[in-house]
Design a protein around this ligand. Structure first.
Ligand code: ASN
Ligand code: ZN
Length: 314
C-alpha cells in the first residue's frame, strides 16, 4: 500500500497521529493509484490571488506544511475514489488536473470550488481551524465539480439542496473509504474536527441525524431538517441549499446502511449512477429519488424505503 498509494498512506498516518477515535479504526484499504493521476497544490500565501505558487505535485515527498500535505493526500484519495470505484477519470472524466490552493486569505472560514479549482482557508483560529483538516469537506468541494459536469443541478431550491447533498454523500464516501469503514461504522459527520476546542459542536452537518451537529452561541443551532415535512422555505442561501440538504443526506445514510458494505461501493454506486444518468438540472427530491430507485437493481425496495422515511415519494 505505502508503495502504491503513498499520499493515501500518509493521510491515514496523519489521522492516526491526531485522532484517538480513528486510532481504533481498522486498516486502510485504498487500492492502487489510477494511472495518470494528476493534481497540483498551490500556496496563496494568505493572499487572494489564485492559484498562487506551486508547492507540491504527485511523486514529491510531503512538504512539511500540513495544509499542503492534507490537500495533496486528500485530492489523491478523491481521485482514487472516483477512478477505482466509479471508473471516472477526474472530475471531468477526461483526466483534468485537479488544482488546489491552500492558505487562501487570512482567517478564511470556508473551502470552495470556484468553477476551476479547489480553495481552502486556514480558518479564523477561534471557531474554525484549517479546512483541509476534514477530508470529507475536500471531497465535498471536488464533487461540486463532478456535479457541474454531469447533472448540472441548479444551485437553488430542491435541485440546489440535492447538489449540496451529493457533495456530502461523496465526501462521506471518501472519508469512510480512506478510514476503511463500512456504512455502519462511519460517523456520518461532515467536517468533524474543523471546530476548535470550546465550540459546542461536533461537525458542520450530521447526515444520520440532521439538525444535531452543533448548537453554539456563535453559530446558532444546526438548522438542517431530517424530513420533508420540515423543509425550510427561505430566500437565504439560495433557498436553503445547505439546510435542506439534510433531507436527501439522511436518505443516503439510511440507504447506505440498508444496502450494506462500504458506502462508496454500495449505495454510493447507486447515487453515482443516478447523478450521471442524464438528469435535468432542475431535478427535485422526488425525481432524484426515482432515479436512485431505478438504478438500485436488487436494492430498489431498500432505497425506496430510505426515501419514504424522509418523506420523499420516489
Ligand atoms: N463550502 C461551501 C460549499 O461548498 C462553499 C460554497 O460554495 N458556498 O457549499
Ligand atoms: Zn457545497
Amino acid at each position: 500500500l505505502a508503495e502504491s498509494r503513498p499520499e493515501a498512506a500518509a493521510w491515514l498516518e496523519r489521522q492516526l497521529a491526531h485522532d484517538d477515535d480513528v486510532r481504533l479504526q481498522r486498516t486502510l484499504t485504498v487500492p492502487a493509484a489510477a494511472s495518470g493521476e494528476s493534481w497540483v497544490v498551490h500556496d496563496a500565501g494568505h493572499g487572494s490571488t489564485l492559484p498562487g505558487r506551486v508547492v507540491r505535485r504527485p511523486g514529491q515527498p510531503a512538504s512539511g506544511d500540513v495544509a499542503v500535505d492534507e490537500a495533496a493526500e486528500g485530492v489523491a484519495g478523491a481521485l482514487a475514489l472516483y477512478a477505482d470505484v466509479y471508473g471516472r477519470d477526474s472530475y471531468d472524466d477526461a483526466g483534468a488536473t485537479v488544482v488546489a490552493t491552500v492558505h487562501y486569505e487570512r482567517d478564511y472560514d470556508n473551502a470552495f470550488w470556484n468553477g476551476t479549482q479547489l480553495v481552502f482557508g486556514d480558518g479564523d483560529g477561534e471557531v474554525f481551524g484549517r479546512f483541509t483538516a476534514a477530508v470529507d469537506v475536500l471531497g465535498h468541494e471536488l464533487t461540486h465539480a463532478v456535479t457541474e459536469r454531469t447533472a448540472g443541478l441548479a444551485y437553488e431550491g430542491q435541485s440546489g439542496a440535492l447538489n449540496e447533498s451529493i457533495s456530502d454523500v461523496f465526501g462521506s464516501c471518501l472519508k469512510q473509504r480512506l478510514l476503511g469503514q463500512d456504512a455502519v461504522a462511519g460517523d456520518w459527520l461532515i467536517g468533524a474536527g474543523l471546530f476548535l476546542p470550546g465550540v459546542q459542536g461536533r461537525a458542520l452537518r450530521d447526515m444520520a441525524h440532521p439538525g444535531t451537529a452543533y448548537d453554539d452561541p456563535r453559530l446558532g443551532q444546526d438548522p438542517q431538517p431530517a424530513h420533508l415535512d420540515d423543509y425550510v422555505e427561505t430566500t437565504d442561501d439560495n433557498g436553503g441549499v445547505h439546510i435542506n440538504s439534510g433531507i436527501p443526506n439522511r436518505a443516503f445514510q439510511l440507504a447506505a446502511v440498508a444496502v450494506g458494505g462500504s458506502s462508496a461501493e454500495g449505495a454510493g454506486r447507486i447515487w453515482y449512477a443516478a447523478l450521471t444518468g442524464g438528469l435535468s438540472s432542475r431535478t427535485d427530491f422526488a425525481g432524484f429519488a426515482a432515479a436512485t430507485v431505478a438504478a438500485a437493481g436488487e436494492h430498489a425496495d431498500a432505497v425506496e424505503e430510505a426515501w419514504r422515511t424522509v418523506g420523499v415519494t420516489p
